[in-house]
Design a binder for this molecule. Sequence first.
Ligand code: ADP
Ligand code: MG
Length: 137
Amino acid sequence: MARTLLIIKPDAVAKNVIGAIIQRLEEKGFGIIELQKMHLTRAQAAEFYAVHNERPFYHELVDFMTSGPCVPMVLEKDDAVPFLRETIGSTNPEEAAEGTIRKDFATNIQNNAVHASDSPENAAQEIAFFFGESAAG
Ligand code: ADP
Ligand code: MG
């Protein structure tokens, strides 16, 4: 079994689709190991997305991620990292496959409903960021 981090972003929380997204994840076979609802500070959002700090959309991304509460969670499944990326779909919902979470719940390329870790190394780091080293499994 492997673990990964998913965040239900502020746009999806504001749309009242926390439950609908969790239902999709459970139907796909993910177990929920940790889950919390929280409002990121600017410092936390800036640190979490530091890898993008040279990108033109970085400041708007930090604004968006601090615009309301979000729901980070640790998910567990065989091949959790690549399988979750497949389950959420492309960054841009216009390019996301039918039946993916972003296809069905995202608004646009920025307000795209969810975050998911993109490698096992980043998953461990991102899980530790929210839930401590011990949650990385
Ligand atoms: P992903 O979330 O699919 O891993 P990235 O790591 O490339 O995508 O980007 C991180 C987040 O930054 C995206 O989920 C999205 O919220 C935002 N983002 C990415 N590209 C753009 C863009 N061109 N314009 C605005 N926001 C973007
Ligand atoms: Mg990414």
